[in-house]
Design a protein around this ligand. Structure first.
Ligand code: 5CU
Length: 379
């Protein structure tokens, strides 16, 4: 971020509080944390795409699965240090994937309470610098889920919720999740929608499974496609019409939604089954939903993608800067480099400058928009 400009807000920044890491350490299926001989940091293994490598590492091969679990994932000191290094004034932190999705029903509600309390306490240590998106106990019974929404809505630093695409188990177009969406909308809690599940491993092929391509295919393509499909399903199911005050912030600039919205629209227009079941003129287009109920982060790492995001949103007012910290650290192997500036942050800032310049719109994307969308107050 450019020094001396208006306040900078990072809306896409994660943490795993220590009690969450403890749960991961106790597990032997993903998500898990495991130590490997000779590796300085334990490994955080999250994704289905990492399971083949996890299995071969158990047989002693040298390519380790997942990513190093560094102090950046859990340390509040490190979060503030990262913010200071990158001139970020305010961060809206969230639990990273896969949130509480994997917990048995009876553990989800107490865990959500404790995780959200942890985030609340962290924010209270740095008032005005930290806010958070709460985690929801999606596997808990619906009354507990509604109870959780009601209690987070009174937490002073909570500004929304982070959600994956699995919903209550059948995705975000499941009619059973509508009461949850309505409760969130009525409590003025926007959803920060983030991918985790990606695409099936078979799509990426055996060379990816063997680790030859690192994390590139699941992260660069699986994540954005997952988000795109989830939102397209919500749209087709009429979720945005059924809950017109629902507000949703899409991670990674909406996956591929800005690029594919035209194709989605065309496929609807040319689908007799869909068109014949609708009242003429009653349908809102994907474009209309994108420019009224959807916000996008600006975590897309390139000018062309960001331009599409701005245009699909009907202007830059619906875009908000993010870093995805602590993911995508520098990997040069130099001592202490993670404490310096991260290239991944620079790529996103550069894209903003190239697409909208350094004037008022820049200040909006880098912070001003988040101030109004998320009702931030600052120091
Ligand atoms: O590197 C990764 O796998 C991830 C992840 O799991 N979640 C995320 O937000 N960014 C990158």
């Amino acid at each position: 971020p450019l020094k001396g400009k208006a306040k900078v807000v990072d809306i896409h920044t994660h943490m795993y509080p220590p009690e969450y890491v403890k749960v991961l350490e106790s597990r032997n299926i993903i998500p898990l944390v495991r130590k490997f001989p000779g590796a300085p940091d334990p490994r955080l293994v999250l994704l289905d795409a990492e399971v083949p490598l996890l299995e071969s590492a158990q047989q002693g091969t040298s390519v380790l699965p997942g990513r190093p679990l560094t102090r950046h994932f859990s340390s509040l000191y490190q979060k503030i240090h990262f913010m200071d290094t990158h001139h970020i004034d305010i961060s809206v932190v969230s639990l990273a994937n896969p949130w509480l999705d994997f917990l048995p029903s009876d553990q989800a509600f107490p865990s959500a309470k404790s995780i959200n309390a942890s985030f609340s306490s962290m924010c209270a240590v740095h008032p005005g610098r930290l806010y958070f998106f709460a985690a929801l106990p999606l596997t808990a019974p619906t009354p507990q889920l509604l109870d959780c929404i009601s209690s987070i809505s009174s937490l002073p630093y909570c500004r929304g919720v982070i959600l994956g695409t699995s919903g209550l188990g059948s995705g975000l177009d499941d009619p059973a999740i509508l009461p949850i969406f309505s409760a969130l909308a009525d409590a003025d809690l926007p959803i920060f929608l983030h991918p985790h599940y990606g695409l099936p491993n078979s799509v990426f092929g055996p060379r990816s499974a063997a680790g030859e391509y690192g994390h590139v295919l699941p992260l660069a393509l699986g994540f954005p496609m997952e988000t795109t499909i989830a939102v397209a399903r919500m749209f087709l199911a009429g979720v945005f019409d059924k809950v017109p005050n629902l507000r949703i912030i899409l991670a990674h600039s909406g996956g591929t939604l800005p690029f594919l919205a035209g194709r989605i629209e065309s496929c609807i227009m040319h689908d007799g089954h869909l068109v014949n079941g609708m009242k003429k003129g009653a349908r809102r287009t994907v474009w209309e939903v994108l420019s009224t109920q959807v916000y996008l982060d600006a975590v897309v790492y390139g000018e062309v993608g960001l331009k599409a995001a701005v245009e699909a949103s009907g202007g830059s007012e619906r875009l908000m800067f993010g870093t995805d910290h602590p993911f995508f650290p520098p990997v040069g192997g130099e001592e202490g480099e993670e404490d310096g500036e991260w290239e991944s942050v620079g790529l996103n800032v550069k894209a903003v400058v190239k697409v909208i310049g350094e004037g008022e719109e820049y200040e909006g994307v880098m912070g001003g928009n988040a101030f109004s969308v998320l009702r931030l107050e600052g120091e």
